[in-house]
Design a protein around this ligand. Structure first.
Ligand code: AMP
Ligand code: ZN
Ligand code: ZN
Length: 341
C-alpha cells in the first residue's frame, strides 16, 4: 500500500476515505481535518483563548498538540476526579505533556475542594459513578472557563465517541440529548461557556496514530469505572459494522448532523437561571452539582457522627448501655454545621 500523496510506503490506511498515508502525510491529513472542523463550525479563531480540557488520554492530548501547532491560543485543564491511582497517573501524563509543550495547565482538584472524589459523590447519592463523574466534569469545565475568562471549552471527543453516544441516544429515543449532540454547543446564557469538539471528524484509531507518531505519552488504561459501560458496547457494535462497511460511523454521525439534527433542533432552549449557591446556570433553583455535593457532604457528616458515637460507645460501657436503649438518630446530627459550598 502506497501513500496517496508521495507514493512511499503507507503507514496507515483510512478506508472510509479510500486513502492511505505515510506518517508525514497522515499528520497533514489530521491537521487539515481538525482545521476544517474548527473553521466550518466557527468553533474559535486565533484571537480566542481556548480552554482545552485534557484527561491525559490520547484524544485530548492529541487535540491540544494539534491546536498548538495550528497556532491557536490554548491552556489545558486537568480535573482530578479522585479515582485513586488512575487519576494520579492521568494527571502525571497531562502535566508532563504540558511541560513538554511549554503550555499552561490548570488543575481542578475535586478531593482537595470537596473532601471526596466522584465515586463517593456517586455512592452517597445513589447515582452511577459515570453519571456523577460526567456531571462533575461538565460543571467544572464551565466554572473554570468562566473564572479564568475563556470564551470556549474544547473537548477531545472523537468520531467514535460521538457515533457511540448517538447510537445509544437513538436506541432509547433520548430526544433532549439528541438535540445536544452537535460538535458546537453555543453559549445560551452569559454564564454558560461555548463547548466544541474539534476531533469529531477524526476516528479513534487516527487519534491514537497521531499521538504515537508525535511521541505523545498518554495514559493507555481506561477509567476503571468504565468497565461494562454501555458506551463501550455501542463502540464494539459500531466497530463490527465499520469493518464490514467502512464509513458506517461517519455516515451515521455526519448524516445525523446534516439531516437528523435540523429536524429536532426546533425545541426551545430551557430557561436558565443562576444557582442559588454557586451562580452557575441551571434550570432549577439549585444546580445538579450543588445538590449532589450537598447530599454527599451530608452523608459524610452523618457517617463521621456515627463513627464518633460508636467509638465513644465502645470506650465506655455505661455510655454503651445508654446509647443502645436510646440511640441518637443520625439525621439529627446531620442538621448541624453549614455546607462547605
Ligand atoms: P470522557 O467523558 O472520559 O469520554 O472524555 C471526553 C473528553 O472530556 C476528553 O476527551 C477530555 O477532553 C475531557 N476529559 C475527560 N476527563 C477529563 C479530566 N479528568 N480532566 C479534564 N478533561 C477531561
Ligand atoms: Zn506520503
Ligand atoms: Zn450550583
Amino acid at each position: 500500500m502506497r501513500c496517496q500523496k508521495c507514493r512511499s510506503e503507507a503507514s496507515l490506511e483510512i478506508r472510509r476515505h479510500h486513502a492511505a498515508f505515510c506518517a508525514t502525510h497522515f499528520l497533514d491529513f489530521f491537521e487539515r481535518q481538525v482545521e476544517r472542523a474548527v473553521e466550518t463550525g466557527k468553533m474559535f479563531t486565533r484571537e480566542d483563548r481556548v480552554l482545552v480540557v485534557v484527561s491525559g488520554g490520547k484524544d485530548s492530548l492529541a487535540l491540544w498538540d494539534v491546536l498548538c501547532r495550528l497556532g491557536y491560543q490554548t491552556t489545558g485543564l486537568y480535573i482530578n476526579l479522585g479515582i485513586g491511582q488512575y487519576s494520579e497517573e492521568s494527571q502525571q501524563k497531562a502535566a508532563a505533556y504540558a511541560r513538554s509543550l511549554g503550555a499552561p495547565l490548570l488543575i481542578a482538584d475535586i478531593p482537595g475542594e470537596f473532601g471526596m472524589g466522584v465515586e463517593q459523590f456517586a455512592s452517597a447519592t445513589g447515582r452511577a459513578s459515570c453519571s456523577a463523574c460526567g456531571l462533575s466534569k461538565r460543571y467544572l469545565f464551565n466554572r473554570v472557563a468562566l473564572d479564568h475568562g475563556f470564551s470556549v471549552v474544547a473537548t477531545g471527543h472523537n468520531l467514535d465517541d460521538e457515533a457511540a453516544v448517538l447510537l445509544g441516544n437513538l436506541l432509547h429515543w433520548q430526544t433532549a440529548y439528541l438535540a445536544r449532540q452537535a460538535p458546537v454547543l453555543p453559549s445560551t446564557h452569559p454564564r454558560l461557556v461555548k463547548k466544541v469538539k474539534p476531533l469529531y471528524r477524526i476516528a479513534e484509531r487516527e487519534a491514537a496514530a497521531y499521538a504515537v507518531i508525535r511521541g505523545i505519552d498518554y495514559i493507555v488504561e481506561e477509567c476503571p469505572n468504565s468497565v461494562g459501560a454501555k458506551s463501550l458496547l455501542y463502540k464494539e457494535a459500531l466497530n463490527l459494522l465499520e469493518q464490514a462497511a467502512p464509513g458506517t460511523k461517519q455516515s451515521l454521525y455526519w448524516g445525523f448532523l446534516e439531516r437528523g439534527l435540523p429536524l429536532i433542533r426546533g425545541e426551545d432552549d430551557p430557561v436558565l437561571r443562576a444557582c442559588q449557591y454557586c451562580e452557575q446556570p441551571t434550570t432549577a433553583e439549585v444546580c445538579a452539582f450543588c445538590r449532589m455535593t450537598e447530599r454527599a457532604a451530608d452523608r459524610m457528616r452523618i457517617r463521621r457522627c456515627h463513627e464518633q458515637s460508636l467509638s465513644v460507645a465502645r470506650s465506655s460501657g455505661e455510655a454503651n448501655r445508654a446509647r443502645s436503649s436510646n440511640p441518637v438518630p443520625p439525621h439529627a446530627a446531620a442538621t448541624h454545621g453549614d455546607l462547605p459550598l
